[in-house]
Design a protein around this ligand. Structure first.
Ligand SMILES: NC(=O)c1ccc[n+]([C@@H]2O[C@H](COP(=O)([O-])OP(=O)(O)OC[C@H]3O[C@@H](n4cnc5c(N)ncnc54)[C@H](OP(=O)(O)O)[C@@H]3O)[C@@H](O)[C@H]2O)c1
Length: 327
């Protein structure tokens, strides 16, 4: 099969396309003909050897795939050849014509599902649903601030916050990004490249602050956002796309009776596959009902896998970017 391959660490330019052996499904695995593989921030970090999981070289990047079942490993039940599915095999292996996924992390897709849009459900929406529902216990009527709100996990958090009945304030770095957030359900916006983040959150919440802050960006935004949480607020630590892991004065949590809550969807889904699968089934259901509308801003052929990853590195991605190996 043809696959994107990383033979040495570096930026997106190290990705080449090569012919490699077809994978064989082992116990508990399914082989998928990949229609779409979404690009995620950890793909970029793994290229640079800066992610917590460090795959051996050479490796095929890409963690979540949507496509058609074409092989079934021993012990797998509930799937048949030809099924349309969304799944993950772990952190790598997706940007290829064929990919292995774990049956316990795979859900069926409806006939009508657009693969390119489905490919963002698992990681983007799976992470944000786990963060908002399981970790923050976001309730209807609460105020949610989402940083990096036009990114992959950010835009999912905007939509899910809205679907869960919260008032959503989207924060991002450009008017174009914020416009997309409004189209996807944000009630208010903050351009943190020009506005004072803390002052605007305070202003938009009448001085009360945000009940929940969703932070996949880190860097200079975390501390002002934590300073703007309401009493009993929850600050969700999701990621550090800005590159810097902030050091936070802990008195900020004390003063607000606030909780700083870690979110690690990959570990959650490995520890609790059944709970994760139920979350994913909820997300597919909400998608079919039109309560969430995954947004794909760019689609690339396999030969352009490096350009796809570069879109995230260049801070240009909005919603999801996908690689379509069958194009
Ligand atoms: N904890 C978990 O379980 C979990 C799961 C999934 C993802 N994550 C993490 O969440 C973060 C976002 O992932 P994603 O897939 O949503 O990525 P993404 O689509 O590229 O979104 C990241 C956002 O971060 C902002 N950003 C600020 N500085 C940036 C920089 N120097 N380079 C790139 N983006 C920058 C950008 O928004 P603005 O331009 O508007 O600032 C961008 O939209 C990553 O750190 C990822 O590792 C964590």
């Amino acid at each position: 099969m043809r696959a994107a391959l990383v033979r040495s660490h570096g930026g997106p330019e190290v990705i080449e396309v090569a012919t490699v052996d077809d994978p064989e499904p082992a116990e508990g695995q399914i082989l998928v003909e990949v229609a779409a593989c979404s690009v995620t921030f950890p793909d970029l970090l793994m290229l640079r050897n800066m992610y917590q999981f460090k795959p051996d070289l050479p490796f095929i990047p890409g963690s979540e795939v949507a496509g058609i079942v074409c092989g079934i490993g021993p012990g797998v039940q509930g799937f048949s050849i030809g099924d349309r599915v969304l799944g993950t095999g772990g952190s790598i292996g997706g940007m290829a014509e064929l990919a292995l996924v774990r049956a316990d992390s795979t859900v069926a897709l409806p006939e009508s599902a657009d693969f390119a849009k489905a490919a963002g459900l698992l990681y983007g929406y799976g992470t944000s649903y786990h963060a908002l529902a399981d970790r923050a216990h976001l309730a209807a009527g609460e105020t949610l601030v989402v940083l990096g709100a036009a990114g992959g996990v950010g835009l999912a958090a905007v939509e899910l916050g809205r679907a869960m009945g919260a008032r959503v304030i989207a924060a991002a770095s450009s008017p174009e990004k914020l416009e997309l957030c409004v189209e996807h359900g944000a009630d208010d916006t903050i351009d943190y490249s020009s506005d004072d983040l803390k002052a605007r959150i305070r202003e938009l919440t009448g001085g009360t602050g945000a009940d929940v802050v969703y932070d996949p960006v880190g860097g200079p935004y975390s501390e002002p956002a934590l300073r703007s949480t309401a009493w009993d607020g929850r600050f969700l630590v999701v990621g550090f796309a800005a590159g810097e892991i902030p050091r936070i004065p802990l008195n900020l949590a004390l003063l607000r009776g606030a909780s700083i809550v870690g979110v690690f969807w990959g570990s959650f889904s490995a520890r609790y596959p059944e709970r994760n699968r139920r979350n994913l089934e909820t997300l597919v259901e909400w998608w079919c009902e039109g309560r969430i509308l995954p947004h794909t801003s760019a689609r690339f052929a396999l030969d352009q896998a490096a350009d796809a990853v570069e879109t995230l590195a260049g801070r240009r991605a909005m919603g999801k970017v996908v690689v379509e190996p069958q194009r």
